[in-house]
Design a protein around this ligand. Structure first.
Ligand SMILES: [Zn+2]
Length: 458
């Protein structure tokens, strides 16, 4: 029987060039001795060399060059050179590297899958997400054609608690509460953007993008008003425990609310009861930082009735220790499985999501969905701000006439990332992203392999 969830989901992508070009990584030079043989147009798979309208070879497109030097080698005239651009080496940081920023720019501009996307060509060793790669070696029947749609692969995920079984009392009355489930077509939500003072266009763009993508954007309670209210069904208001009373109107209108506990413990049962009194059908998410105790806190909150646990780590901390987020996520998922409550709660993981492959890698480690934060703000021109609120030399400025442009850049980025997710699911022979969750047997971990190969040696 076909279920409603198998309806087609489509992200409309459209060219959205950046407002500021980022420095190219390479400069490709063509010298005067070029005799227009055009061998380079065949040699370059990245499209650096194209023929102009006049039938002559055009100026090289530096932005597309990946520095493979094939054009230099193939040119019969020896008329090409490729040089590294020193300026571009200073872009980004150790985690949001120049290459990652360039890839995000390409994806946000075109909505397409980059030629060397999906993380296949990344370092074959590394920490955190870079120490995990997909195991496509045991495929019996790969569902290869996910993107082009001949074989349908679902990227939908469910938010909320599903009852593990129905429980009846002695008189046959159903005791277990009704499942409250919200299905979203992609395992990605948008984190609240760093704010630009009182400038709300960036928030509006995030919220409109969430609405277009049929997912959610997180917005602080104090900003859930004005221009944003028409999009309330795609907003997750973020509320602090002391704000429940003033949040009542917003809670009443919302499908999901998030209570940010930070690293403190509050009387969460009371918070849940108060929210439920205002809106019995709203999903309640608790957000807390990834740390040594997050697995136990997540379990306790699940037992109290949380529908969603949203774990987060700042990008700055992920950069400092890339293993911290991957191990905490894996530990939290495993602990909930061990305690037999994993199906009762949705896990959302935020932090360190810097490329498309980080979405399926988070899911393999046990998340149901991820929060995109800095990545979509980089797509709009942010220079990797961390907590600096796009001040200083950050060029991210969204004026009212830029909102639609920003929405399209975010939609393109998410569209490209979804296509790359489909490629990976196809490669793993999975027809649903739901089945990828916690499938650690389908991935290889650098730490494990290192132990196997170098085991016993100090
Ligand atoms: Zn910024």
């Amino acid at each position: 029987m076909m279920r409603a969830r198998f309806e087609r989901y489509h992200i409309e992508v459209k060219d959205a060039p950046p407002k500021f070009r980022i420095p190219p990584r390479f400069f490709v030079k063509r010298y005067n001795n070029c005799s227009n043989v055009q061998e380079c147009t065949q040699a370059c798979v990245y499209g650096v060399h194209v023929v102009g309208k006049d039938g002559k070879i055009a100026e090289p497109i530096n932005d597309l060059c990946r520095g493979c030097y094939v054009c230099v080698l193939k040119c019969p005239d020896l008329a090409l050179s490729v040089e590294e651009n020193i300026e571009s080496q200073h872009m980004g940081n150790e985690y949001f590297t120049g290459d990652r920023i360039r890839t995000i720019y390409f994806e946000a501009e075109t909505g397409r899958v980059p030629v060397s996307g999906t993380g296949y060509d990344g370092p074959f060793a590394g920490r955190g997400f870079d120490g995990i790669w997909f195991d496509f070696s045991e495929i019996v029947r790969p569902t290869r054609d996910g993107i082009h749609g001949r074989e349908f692969i679902s990227t939908s995920v469910d938010f909320g608690r599903r009852p593990s079984r129905l429980v009846f009392d002695e008189e046959g009355k159903l005791l277990s509460s009704d499942p409250r489930i919200i299905e979203i077509p992609i395992p990605m939500i948008l984190e609240a953007p760093l704010t630009l003072g009182e400038e709300g266009h960036l928030r509006l763009a995030a919220v409109k993008a969430a609405s277009k993508l049929r997912t959610f954007a997180i917005v602080d309670l104090k900003n859930c008003n004005g221009d944003l209210l028409p999009y309330i069904s795609n907003i997750i208001p973020r509320i602090y425990p002391g704000e429940i009373t003033e949040a009542e109107d917003v809670i009443h209108l919302s499908r999901i609310v998030e209570v940010d506990l930070k690293d403190r413990d509050y009387e969460t049962q009371d918070i849940i009861d108060r929210i439920r009194r205002v809106n019995p059908s709203v999903l309640i998410s608790f957000s807390l930082p990834f740390d040594d105790a997050s697995h136990k806190r997540a379990y306790a909150l699940t037992e109290k009735g949380a529908d969603i646990i949203h774990l987060y780590m700042s990008d700055q901390n992920v950069e400092r220790d890339p293993d911290s987020i991957t191990s905490a996520l894996q530990r939290t998922h495993s602990y909930l499985v061990e305690k037999n409550v994993r199906e009762k709660v949705t896990l959302v993981s935020s932090g360190g999501i810097a490329e498309a492959a980080h979405v399926p890698k988070s899911i393999i480690l046990g998340a149901d969905a991820v929060g995109l934060g800095l990545a979509y703000q980089i797509a709009l021109g942010c220079k990797v701000c961390y907590s600096a609120h796009h001040s200083g030399d950050c060029q991210l400025r969204i004026e009212s006439q830029d909102v639609e442009w920003a929405v399209q850049r975010i939609a393109n980025l998410v569209g490209s990332w979804r296509d790359q997710l489909l490629e990976i699911l196809g490669g793993m022979g999975l027809r649903e992203v739901r089945r990828q969750r916690g499938e650690m047997g389908r991935a290889m971990f650098y730490n494990d392999l290192e132990a196997k190969i170098f085991g016993g040696r100090e």
